[in-house]
Write a protein that binds this ligand. Structure first.
Ligand SMILES: [Zn+2]
Length: 312
C-alpha cells in the first residue's frame, strides 16, 4: 500500500493504483529485460563464435572444396565418355560397317529439366544434373557396346564363310584369272579361275566354312567339288582325282574336300580354283590373304597376271 501527501488537504492519503497502471509497469520492466537479453544475444552472436559454429563453418568450407573437386571429376569423366562415344561411332562401328548410334541423344528424355537454381545449393544442383546426364550417357554407351558385341559375333561368323586361304599348301600358280590361251582349243578364252600345279593326289582344302553343293559347276570341270558358303559366296575345286566330301556335307575352312588330279577338260595335273560372288566369277587372288606372307602373295599376283596358257 502506498501513501501520497496531499498539499491541498495537508494530509496523507492512500494512493489508488489502477490495475492498468500495474500492468503497464510490469510490462515496461519485462520489456527492458527482454530487450537487454536480445541485445546481449546479438552482441554475443556477432562478436563471439561458439566452437560448434566454428566447426560448422569449417565443414561448409570443406564441402565447397569437395563440390569443386567432384565437379572437376565429373567434367573429366564427361570428356572420357565423349571420347568413347566418338571411338564407338568412328572406329568400332565403321569396322563393322554399321551406322553410328542414331539416338545417342535419347538420354535427353531421361534427364529432368535443370533444377531451379537456389543460390545456396547452386553448385550441388549443377553437380546432380551433370551426374544424371553422365549416368544416362553411360547407359546409352553400354547399350551400344552390347549391340557391337552382337555384331562382332555375326562378323566373325561371316568372316569364317568368306574364302581367305589358298586351296593348296605351298601354292604354285601356273595360270591366273582373265584372258588365257585354252590348252585344248588353243584360243584366247576367259579363264574363270586360278590354276595351281602340284602332285596327283595332293590334298585340296576348303577355303572357307560352307556346305557341299548338290549342283556341279558345269561340264568340263571333271570331278569337282562346289561349296556354298552363304553371304553370296561359292568356291569350285575342279579336275580332281577324287572327291573327299558328299553333297550336303558341312565343311570347315581347311577341311580336305578332294585330291588333285586331271579329270575333265585338262591338259595336266592341276587344281582349277574358282571364287563366285553373287553368281559372278571373280578373281580368286583377292581372296588369299589369311595364310600367305607378303612375298608369297606378291609372287602369286605376279604369276596370276601373266597371260599364258591355262591348264583349264
Ligand atoms: Zn583353270
Amino acid at each position: 500500500m502506498k501513501y501520497k501527501f496531499n498539499h491541498k488537504s495537508l494530509s496523507f492519503e492512500i494512493e489508488e493504483i489502477s490495475v492498468k497502471q500495474k500492468l503497464k509497469k510490469i510490462f515496461s520492466y519485462t520489456g527492458i529485460a527482454v530487450a537487454f537479453a536480445l541485445a546481449s544475444l546479438l552482441i554475443y552472436a556477432n562478436v563471439f563464435t561458439s566452437p560448434k559454429e566454428k566447426r560448422l563453418k569449417r565443414e561448409l568450407e570443406e564441402n565447397d572444396l569437395r563440390i569443386a573437386y567432384l565437379e572437376r571429376r565429373v567434367n573429366l569423366l564427361s570428356h572420357v565418355l565423349k571420347d568413347l562415344e566418338e571411338k564407338d561411332d568412328n572406329i568400332y562401328r565403321a569396322l563393322l560397317e554399321s551406322e553410328p548410334v542414331a539416338d545417342r541423344n535419347r538420354w535427353m528424355d531421361t534427364v529432368e529439366a535443370p533444377y531451379e537454381k537456389r543460390v545456396s545449393a547452386k553448385n550441388l544442383d549443377d553437380l546432380s544434373r551433370k551426374t544424371d546426364i553422365l549416368a544416362a550417357r553411360t547407359q546409352v554407351e553400354l547399350q551400344s557396346f552390347a549391340e557391337l558385341w552382337e555384331m562382332i559375333q555375326h562378323a566373325d561368323e561371316r568372316m569364317r564363310h568368306i574364302p581367305a586361304i589358298t586351296p593348296v599348301k605351298n601354292p604354285q600358280v601356273i595360270s591366273g584369272f582373265g584372258m588365257r590361251y585354252h590348252p585344248i582349243y588353243h584360243i584366247l578364252r576367259r579363264h574363270t579361275g586360278i590354276d595351281f600345279i602340284g602332285k596327283r593326289g595332293q590334298p585340296i582344302y576348303a577355303t572357307a566354312d560352307g556346305v557341299v553343293s548338290r549342283d556341279g559347276p558345269g561340264s568340263g570341270y571333271g570331278i569337282a567339288v562346289m561349296l556354298n558358303h552363304g553371304y553370296g559366296y561359292q568356291t569350285v575345286y575342279a579336275h580332281l582325282s577324287k572327291a573327299n566330301v558328299r553333297p550336303g556335307q558341312k565343311v570347315k575352312r581347311g577341311d580336305v574336300v578332294g585330291f588333285m588330279g586331271s579329270s575333265g577338260l585338262s591338259s595336266g595335273t592341276h587344281l582349277h580354283y574358282e571364287v563366285i560372288k553373287n553368281g559372278q566369277r571373280v578373281n580368286p587372288v583377292h581372296f588369299f590373304y589369311a595364310d600367305l606372307s607378303p612375298a608369297e602373295y606378291e609372287e602369286i599376283l605376279q604369276r596370276a597376271s601373266e597371260v599364258n596358257r591355262a591348264l583349264s
